[in-house]
Write a protein that binds this ligand. Sequence first.
Ligand code: PEP
Ligand code: MG
Length: 575
Amino acid sequence: MCNKFKANPVSEGISIGETFHFCPYVPNVVEKQISEDDIQNALLQYENAQNKAKEELKLLQSHLKDDDSNKARIFDAHLDILFDAAMDEDIRDEIDDLNNPAFAVNKVYEKYIRIIGKSKDELIAERVADIRDVKNRLLRCLEGVEERNLAELQKPVVIVAYDLLPSDTATLDKNKVLAIITEVGGPTSHSAIIARSYEIPALLGLENAMNIITDQTEVIVDAVDGEIILCPTAEEKEEYSKKREKFLIKQKETKQYISQEAKSTDGTKIDVEINLGSASSNELQGGCQYTDGVGLFRTEFIYMGRPDLPTEDEQFEIYKKVLLVFKNSPVTIRTLDIGGDKKLDSMELPVEENPFLGNRALRLCLSNPQIFKTQLRACLRASVFGNLWLMFPMVGSLDDVRAAKKALQEAKDELDNENIPYNKDMKFGVMIEIPSIALLADMVAKEVDFVSIGTNDLTQYTMAADRMNPAVNKYYQSNNPAIYRLINYVTKEFKKQGKDVCVCGEMGGNKLSAPVLVGMGIRRLSMGLASVASVKKVINNLSIPQMEELASQVCQMETDKEIVDYLSEKLSDLI
Ligand code: PEP
Ligand code: MG
């Protein structure tokens, strides 16, 4: 039987360990009547499940750190729901009416979800996500299925999953994850971005991974050459341990560049900035120590992994914290970029046939003005504590640019009326992620202070290839000359008007593409902390004319492969 498989490495590294199948629980409720004789037994099953759920919640609470008071409050609320007297009585009545316990639980919880979901009071309506969460826990306990979540891994494991949603990874304990293997997701999927930021070796897009790789099996994950070896022999383990050591030595050598300033050999300074996914101390410390600012703060992570929406004050405190840490360096805050593969527990998003082309990011914010306003007010209030640059994602037209500006102006007017201070010179920018807006760069430059090129989505929309779908992975070509030509055009138009251009998509942190971007004239690159050292290493060993030559060559080439081969050969000593 074959025990070796190929998959795409998206975060370098080599690990050996036991697999852990991660599959979120899906309730299986069937309407089945019980007999009168079974009522007592069914009530007992329900009570046992209730007690098991309570035990799990208490255990989760006991693992929380002292500063996790938010999560502790959530679990308290879940315990209250679990033993809510009215719901408990209704469930018992349903069982008395000969409904099986799972059906009874589901029926009663759904009834309360419907009633509470209709509440005009936002705070009450938000409780729906908690009730649903408790319902699933209770149904799982009734089915006797053990809990599997990534926040509570007991030992270091190799996670095997169909996919990891940002909400799954938001609570991930990185010290307990040796490697990640998924069935979907490419190099710019959010699982890949998180894996790289945590320096976890990751192979994504291995079709049928959940069937091929069994749970609790020893595997070697080689996320340098893209190989998985199941049940390795002692010789294979030794061979890969040696390969791992070599990899770690090279990685250590590259890491020495992290504390250097990024400067070409002929003295041009390049601002290397950090992409933040949260305001956690680790990310902030590293970013502040080794980079020139925040090129992208993905604020959606503040909204994820929680049943309610963050309030204006909560957001204000987070943005203020980041601004204070980075002092006068730019902190580019991107407004909520939700939809596509990023979902919120606190917001029911309609199912769409093409979610990446749907009501996401800025579009979703414009159609939910209250949520948008809360964030804009929080950003404006925080702007007096540092150098905040505000940026809007998923902009496709000048109408979008103007609608974003209008929403911002309304938030400013409100603060003016309330005499709340904000930085009147705060910079306003948009992301270039959609080809239509890239092609209007000359006009956009007149409307904004800066742009940031989101090459992950720009590639997806230009190449018409879903960044999450491994079946079209070969069509998702970040190094296609079309992408370089678009970036080149945007950069030239913005430079003509003396406006700032940054690249905050994965190409900015990629060893092959980063020097090409510098060669086009870009002087700000933003990336995950894990890429900072390797990008500085390449830049610090090349001159501007050398990088200009790379840029000029790739724009004349015909295919992605031709460009990757050319850059790999030219930069072979540096990557
Ligand atoms: C991008 O699209 O390049 C980007 C930086 O945004 P995200 O990856 O969060 O979609
Ligand atoms: Mg994007």
